[in-house]
Design a protein around this ligand. Sequence first.
Ligand SMILES: O=C(O)CCC(=O)C(=O)O
Length: 377
Amino acid sequence: MMDVRVIENSELLSVSDFNSELYQNSMPAIFRGAANSLGCYNEWTLDYLEGKLFSKEVEVNYCEVGNYDFTIEGRFQEKIMPFSQLANLIRFPHAEPGTYYLQAGNINKNFPELFDGLCNPRWLLSSDCVHDRKLWVGEAGCTTQLHYDTSPNFLLQLAGRKEGIIYSPLDSPYLYAKTEVKKNHVSQVDINNVDAEKFPLFPRATPIKFVLEQGDILFLPPGWWHQFTSITPCINVNFWWLRFDVVENVGIEYMDVEALVVQVKKHLDRGFDINHQVYEGDIILLKAIIKGFDNLTEALLKSGANANVESVHYRKGASALSLATERQSNNIVRLLLKYGATDKNGEAFALAEQSGYTDIAELLQQHQKCPMAAEIS
Ligand SMILES: O=C(O)CCC(=O)C(=O)O
C-alpha cells in the first residue's frame, strides 16, 4: 500500500513549487486545512447551504444498494426535491434503506446562489481556466464508482470526512475501463467486492488510501483513478480546470502544424487567451520558442499569438526574436518575422552578429531593408 503525499503547511507551497513538484510530475497531494485558510469556506455547513437554497428544487440521486455507478442502468434513481428536504434526509435517520446524494451539481449553471461564497484554491492562477465547479452533498455511505477525469481537479472537503482510494494512471491495464464511448473513464471493477475471475489482473493495481478531513484540499492530476466514500455526511466542492500547456504534451515535436492549430483552437474555444501566461509568467509562444518547437511556434502564430511579446521570465525584456536568435533557431526567426516581429533597438541583430550566427544576422538585415523578404524566402 502506498501513501498519498500530505502537505501540512500548504501556505508555504508557492504556485511555482506546486507547478514543478506536483502538477508537472502528475503527483496527487492533500493540502491539510487549505480550504479553511482560504477564508471563504468557513461557513459552509448544511445550515449555510439550506439558508441559501432552502426551497430550491434540486436533483438528488437515491441509491439503494451498492455505489453510484452512473454507467449501470437503474443503479440509482433521480429525485427532485427542495434542498431543505435533502438537508433533513441527511440530518435525521430515515426509513429508506439507501442513501441520498446531490452528486456533481453544476454550480456554474444551476447554483448562482452560491457564487458569492466561493473562492479559488490558491494554486489556480487567473490565467487557468476553471471549466467546471461541482457541488456534492450527501449522507454517510455514498460512494462514487471508481473512475478518472481528464482535467486536473481540486476537491475541497468543506464538511465531514471522506475516504478516498486512488490509483495511478499506470495501473489502468489492471482496472478494466468500460469499453463503451462516454463510459470508458469508468472502471468495471467493484473494488469493494472484486470478481476475481472476471478481473484477474486487478490485484496488480496499487491502491492509495487516505481520509479527507474537514478543510482539506485534494489535488488530483488528470488520469488518476479515484473512488470516494463519505464516512460522515459530507459537503464538497470541486474545481476542474485546464491549463494551456500544449507545450508539455509528449511527442509534440512530431505533430504537424495543422494538427497543432486544432489543439490550440480547442483551448481557445474553452476560453483561453492565445497570450495565456504559463506559471513562470511568460506566454506560451515564448515557451515553444525556448523548447525549439518550430511547429508549435508556427501554430501559435497562425492562431494569433503576439510575435512581439517580451519575456518576463527567461530574460526580462527579451523579445521573442532575441530568444529565437539566442537559440540559433533560424526557422523560428523566419517565422516570427513573417508574423510581424520587429527587431526593437536592433537587439536580435547585435546578438546574432556577436555570436557569429551569420545566417540569422543576414535574415534580420534583409528583413529590415525589405520586410516582405523573410516571407518570400
Ligand atoms: O466525492 C465524490 O463522491 C466524487 C468526487 C469526484 O469524483 C471528483 O471530484 O472528481
